[in-house]
Design a protein around this ligand. Structure first.
Ligand code: HEM
Length: 235
């Protein structure tokens, strides 16, 4: 964790799990099996940073897509207003179109568009031989647009996720993969699904520059300088 001071966590070790004011840090400190302070600090950092800015980048891309697709926004509205949309927060599972829009947005605009791994030992990866310390760059943005795995890869098509269709094998990596896969993926999909549905249901989303804005590949991938208006719908 940049700037982390695991030593500062030590006093908190003394607090019991039910101590007043206990919080996410307390939960991590009392995890079973126990984690060393360095791991607690880096996990806390990942949750606070990754759990906030990354979903925000995804939501910006969703707004970008909605602003350009009034018909899709209308379909989302119908779903939200329909018998399965309901109003309860638990209804995300019954919003298949909204979830498909989220999954498709994360395919075309994965906020974590570049990841790295460092080989710990000599190994091979396909045709490549790696030595200890070699870095491997993984680019979900390119993998998600590779025609070997995706039909019409550059087309925004939520229908490719309809009826519970799954991604083609390991070619869908918005949340990474393997032992360091995103811990918040289920929460993120649920939150974004509800946000997408509610946005379309309650607002008309427009943007003066959605047609010209370009994605920015700095840190998290998101449309740079997108401007959008949210006009409350009266019903
Ligand atoms: C759209 C939303 C999100 C996306 C696209 C996303 C993406 C990712 C990716 C790609 C990784 C793996 C990075 C790597 O392998 O190098 C990751 C890790 C992680 N994410 Fe997320 N994330 C999202 C939301 C969240 C949320 C909401 C939380 C927590 C509340 C969260 C917590 C974490 C944590 C703790 C890790 C580190 C896991 C580990 O290293 O063991 N993420 N995320």
């Amino acid at each position: 964790m940049p700037g982390a001071r695991p030593a500062r966590l030590r006093p908190r070790r003394g607090w019991g799990p039910g101590a007043p004011g206990n919080d996410l840090l307390g939960f991590l400190l009392h995890a079973d099996p126990a984690m060393p302070d360095e791991t607690v600090a880096s996990t806390l950092h990942s949750i606070l940073m990754g759990g906030h800015g990354v979903p925000a980048a995804a939501l910006t891309s969703i707004v970008w897509e909605l602003a350009r697709r009034p018909r899709l926004a209308g379909d989302l509205r119908d779903e939200a207003d329909g018998p399965t949309g309901g109003g309860a927060p638990s209804s995300a599972a019954r919003l298949p179109l909204a979830e498909a829009v989220v999954r498709e947005t994360l395919r075309l605009h994965p906020p974590a568009w570049l990841m790295t791994r460092t080989a710990g030992a000599a190994t091979s990866l396909g045709d490549w031989s790696l030595g200890p310390g070699d870095d491997v760059l993984l680019n979900p943005y390119l993998i998600h647009r590779d025609p070997r795995w995706w039909r019409r890869p550059d087309e925004f098509d939520p229908a490719r996720w309809s009826h519970g269709q799954q991604a083609p094998g390991p070619a869908y990596l918005p949340f990474g993969a393997g032992p360091r896969v995103c811990l918040g993926s289920a929460l993120a999909v649920r939150q974004l699904t509800l946000a997408t549905s509610r946005l379309a249901q309650r607002f008309t989303v427009t943007s003066p520059n959605a047609a010209t804005v370009v994605p920015e590949f700095v840190g998290r991938l998101a449309p740079a300088g997108l401007r959008a208006s949210f006009l409350a719908r009266s019903n």
